[in-house]
Ligand binder design. Sequence first.
Ligand code: SAM
Length: 309
Amino acid sequence: MGRSSKDKRDIYYRLAKEEGWRARSAYKLLQINEEFDIFKGVTKAVDLCAAPGSWSQVLSRKLRGEGKSTSDVKIVAVDLQAMAPLPGVTQLQGDITKESTAREIVGHFDGEQADLVVCDGAPDVTGLHDIDEYIQAQLLLAALNITTHILKPGGTFVAKIFRGKDVTLLYSQLKIFFPNVTVAKPKSSRNSSIESFVVCQNYAPPKGYIPNMSNPLLDHSYDANFNNLEGPNRVIVPFLACGDLSAYDSDKTYPLQLEAGEGYTSLPPTQAPINPPYQTASALKKKDMLAKEIDQVTQGDVTMETEET
Ligand code: SAM
């Protein structure tokens, strides 16, 4: 699609260029702010997954806006990709799921805390929804993990979230740290997209929670630590891949192991399912009766009703 046809089709794309934003995403953060007033009193902020930088531009303009003292403003922006400089924004290039990046971000705060952490992280979408949602959830949890190190009590965390089928697990993990979690869908976010934004307010980690640099989802050495975690520190549900490297990969096809001249005989199931739910559909399919109008179909000694699907 050419630039001019995108201009005609997408008002936010056009406006972003007219108003000097690096990406149309700027409007998402601005519209979230219209509803939640997230920049009120904020001088220190972190922008995770920031490139090309329109959210950092919004932060820079809002935190360093007219008449404000800029001396105590701190904005740290991080992305895998390099980003052109922005006034008052410290940039780091790195992967937010890596402990080294998390440490670098925390290092930039010199023991101080942030008032606001935002994360617009999105993977390169594969089109395989389960994988896209899983990777996006990992970015969100990596962002949450970094947030637990630098956000001040009472602070705000805003992050992109894909509202897939397992999203409630993410909501419950966020609720452990924030009493107020709202899902926001700015007008500038297309309805056809599963993205939304969680606005998590009033950061209040559970009493006794000690932030842990190991990312429970991605750090392979986490297993050992995990077993030592107790009480409120054992709050993020870890994902562990089980089985050693010599185990069969369930997504791979392996050749049959046959002797020369030996044919293959398929074995019956050890225990056939009893009355499985697909039995009716299989019987109808055999008689080419699936997707037919409501009708009485007699199959052997079973009488079934079929419906147009
Ligand atoms: N908020 C940005 C803006 O307004 O310009 C747009 C962010 S873009 C939708 C998503 C970004 O997430 C990409 O720049 C991508 O490089 C970044 N990203 C994806 N995975 C990442 C990771 N593991 N660590 C850091 N950045 C990541």
